[in-house]
Write a protein that binds this ligand. Sequence first.
Ligand code: AMP
Length: 281
Amino acid sequence: MELVRDIPSLKKIVNRVRKEGENIGFVPTMGFLHEGHLSLMRAARAENDFLAISIFVNPKQFGAGEDYEDYPRDLERDRELARSTGCDLVFYPAAREMYPEGFSTYVEVEGLTETLCGASRPGHFKGVTTVVLKLFNLVAPHRAYFGQKDAQQALVLRKMVEDLNVDLELLIQPTVREPDNLAMSSRNKYLAPEHRRQAPLIYQGLQEAQQLLQSGERRAGKLKKRVQEVISRSEDAVIDYVEIVETGRLHPVEEVQDECLLAVAVKFGNTRLIDNVLLEV
Ligand code: AMP
């Protein structure tokens, strides 16, 4: 497994691999790898000849006052975990390598980025799409893998790939959870012990709404209320949003008819957690 930090070395390897006719699978990450990341890497490993990942805490997707500086980082640990999945290449650039002096071009997907996390984190998705398109151009993968955990991100990136004719297949993998159903996240490490104990209420709320839907309740207001009630059993949980949107344009719905996304963002202290489930009738 090779670890490269600079763009010329990366291009050299990628060009060689493509010349040999091998398929490249790519998993972009911000590091501090957990089973969620590893599940994407295993899928990519199984479906491609060559597995590349990136580890880059992208400053452009963090807003002022967010946790860019504090975001967990541990290259040595990540390196071992990547190696264990049979990864061939880790791209680990410095911020200056990705954004040299004078960098001034951005990618913005309109329409899908104003709601949900886009509403609470202005500029976040612009940072995500910009870095991911740069990484796609650098790694030139045949397939790229993203997690359903960040559902809006995956849909925004899928739209970018479609609109800008990016020549790759984008695959979305299921959310990996802790044994108590909390969605795995690099940020879980920051939860205070009492918050960690309460955090599974997030998925419990999503599940109870799914059950309510199964029993015939299709009104979005009632389903959202159930999620809010369950999460509010924790006195420390501060709900950012509970929303039900259709999966095409992410517009809120009054009633669940076709496939919808039930998505939540909750803060425990300074730690913001997101989760979601697909609703089907
Ligand atoms: P991150 O390092 O948080 O930017 O995540 C990198 C990729 O891993 C993104 O495509 C995420 O959606 C995905 N991911 C993060 N957590 C999970 C999880 N619990 N299950 C599945 N995929 C995940």
